[in-house]
Structure formats: C-alpha cells, structure tokens
Design a binder for this molecule. Structure first.
Ligand SMILES: [Zn+2]
Length: 338
C-alpha cells in the first residue's frame, strides 16, 4: 500500500490526513496533535513526526506506507516553504526566521515533502471537492478568518506566483467607497493598505473598523459593554440570530466580497468561487443569505458570466491538510512514487 500524508501545521495544532492513490481519504474527521511551534523548529518538527506516527496507527496503516507528504503552514513563506526572515505571528521563536520548513521536514521524515501556504492548500481542497484532482477548471477560494486568505487554482495548478505570494487575495484593493452604509469609514489593514478585501471582510476588520464605526450608531447595543476583541467574536453568532447591527456588518462584508468577485470574474473568468472560513461556520440558512448578499454586492455581470456558481467551502477544519495532501499526491505521481 502506498499513501500520502497531508500535514496542516497551525499556530496551536497539527492536523493530519492520509490519502491513497484512488484519492480516498483514510481519516474521516480531524486528527490533531499539539503543534509546539512556539518552541522552535527542532521541537516542532519532532512533534510533527510523532503525530504522524499516531495518525498512521489510527488509520490502520504503517509508517512505511507513507511515500510522500504535503505540508501547509500559515505564511509568510515563499513558494518553496522558506519562512519569512522577519518572522511571523505563528512562528515567533527566533530559530524560525528564514527557516526552510519544507526541507527540514523532508529530512526529518525521510520522504519527499511538498509545501503550500495554508490559503492555497485550502483553495486546492475546495477545487478538488468540485472538480477532482485532474481538472481543467479555474476556481477562486476565499477563506474568511482573523484575516482573509485564499487561493487561485487553474486546471489543478496552484497559482503560487514568482515569490510565493500568488493568491494573496486579502490584500487586493477594492472600491470599498461604493458599499452603501459605511460612508466615511477608512478601513485600515495590517498590510498598510486602506480598503483591501481583508480590511472590510475579516474578524480583524470587525474588531478594528466595523465595531468602532457602528456601535455609536446603535445606542445601547449589548456589545458596547465589552472589549472590541471579545465583542468581535460574537458578531457572527448575533448576526445569525438576527441582531440588526451584526447582520449589517455581515451584509457589508458580503458586499465587499461581491466587489472582489467582480474583479476576479474580469481577471480569470473562473468556473466557480468558494467561500469558507470561520465567518461561514453557521447554519445553512445564514450561509444562503450571505451568498445572496454577495451576489447583491456584485456589479451587473455579462450575460454569459451571470450564473457563475458561488459555493460554501465544505469541511473547513480539514481543508488545509486535505488540500496539501492532494498537492503532494500529484507530485508523487509525477515522480513515479504513486
Ligand atoms: Zn491588506
């Protein structure tokens, strides 16, 4: 038996999956192990190896059956898996700066390791769920979390770009001034831009821009009594229950996505869009309302493109591991390992 592992290294947990040559996943749900990324590369890589042994055991296969692995992490890293020299939120230990995590894991496991950033891995999983691993289609995926990640997949290929920042969809600038209801708001982003997609569609945007903007307009709102950081996390749940201010914040985020998708329709003429992440971890009714609002926020499309489908991404928690497992499987096929 030959199988490929998918390893999604997050800030606090490592998530594993295993896939066989028939593109069947041997692990149903989440298979997690603590990440220990804060303790630096040496301990973290050993931890990844230990967790993989447990995952393989739980799936009833042998470590020797794993012929290749895919690894995805949060950025910033280049296309080959070398972490930024300036460090990042999830890799704060000084030894991570400029560390080649892909090569490090390859050495540790003794099998070829393929790297994707987590946004691109999620996007590849979304693409796979719609079109499989040998497709001609183009998809764009956006994942709304603390920030906004995603990716562009063209005929199975992840658009990585020249230095690995392909598909950094969150920092594409939008004509946000055309969104009704936020007149006068100047939404800033960690990237330094004003009005990029992440600045008007992310948990960070709710905390930084939307709550300070809207709370004074909704006198006596219960969230006004809390700190912005904690209040921001409650907005989705309250929106789903129909709270007018919170629903308005989600409507505005949906319209921002609508503007963004319009730009992407004109850039890629894609076959489908996928939207995932914490923002849509809700009931189906709210998801359907949100997608309708995304469409309402899109400027009129050409007749041929008006019916482009917009899907909610399935299996959010396992998306990264599964996406990068598919990428590693493709690599393993090319090199004759599968
Ligand atoms: Zn930005």
């Amino acid at each position: 038996m030959r199988i490929v592992a998918g390893i999604d290294l997050g800030g606090t947990a490592i998530n594993y999956t295993l896939v066989n040559g028939k593109e069947q996943f041997l692990i149903e749900g989440l298979c997690e192990h603590p990440a220990l990324a804060k303790q630096g590369p040496e301990i973290c890589l050993r931890q990844i190896e230990d967790g993989l042994k447990i995952a393989v055991q739980e799936a009833g296969v042998a470590v020797g059956d794993v012929v290749a692995a895919g690894l995805d992490t949060p950025g910033p890293a280049n296309a080959e898996g070398v972490l930024s020299a300036r460090g990042s939120t999830n890799f704060v230990h000084p030894d991570w700066a400029g560390f080649d995590i892909r090569a490090g894991l390859e050495k540790k496991l003794g099998i070829p390791v393929t790297y994707l950033n987590d946004g691109n891995a999620g996007a590849l999983w979304g693409h796979f769920t719609l079109f499989g691993a040998r497709s001609k289609e183009t998809t764009l995926t956006i994942v709304i979390g603390t920030g906004l990640g995603g990716g562009v997949i063209i005929a199975d290929n992840v658009l990585k770009g020249r230095v690995g920042f392909g598909g950094e969809l969150g920092h594409v600038l939008l004509p946000y001034q055309s969104i009704a209801g936020i007149e006068g708001l100047k939404p800033g982003c960690n990237c330094g831009r004003i009005g990029c997609l992440e600045s008007v569609c992310s948990l960070g945007a709710i905390e930084r821009s939307f709550l300070p903007f809207f709370l004074p307009r909704y006198a006596g709102h219960p969230l006004a009594a809390m700190g912005l950081h904690d209040a921001a996390k409650l907005v989705r749940g309250m929106a789903e229950k129909g709270d007018p201010m919170c629903k308005e914040i989600f409507r505005i985020q949906a319209h921002a996505i609508g503007l963004f998708l319009d730009e992407m329709v004109n850039t890629f003429d894609p076959d489908a869009f996928l939207i995932g992440g914490g923002a849509l971890e809700t009931g189906e009714e709210f998801q359907r309302w949100f997608i309708r609002e995304v469409r309402a926020g899109m400027p009129p499309q050409r007749e041929e493109q008006a019916d482009i489908p917009i899907y909610v991404m399935p299996n959010g928690d396992t998306a990264g591991a599964r996406g990068v497992a598919i990428e590693a499987l493709k690599q393993a096929r090319r090199s004759g390992l599968m």
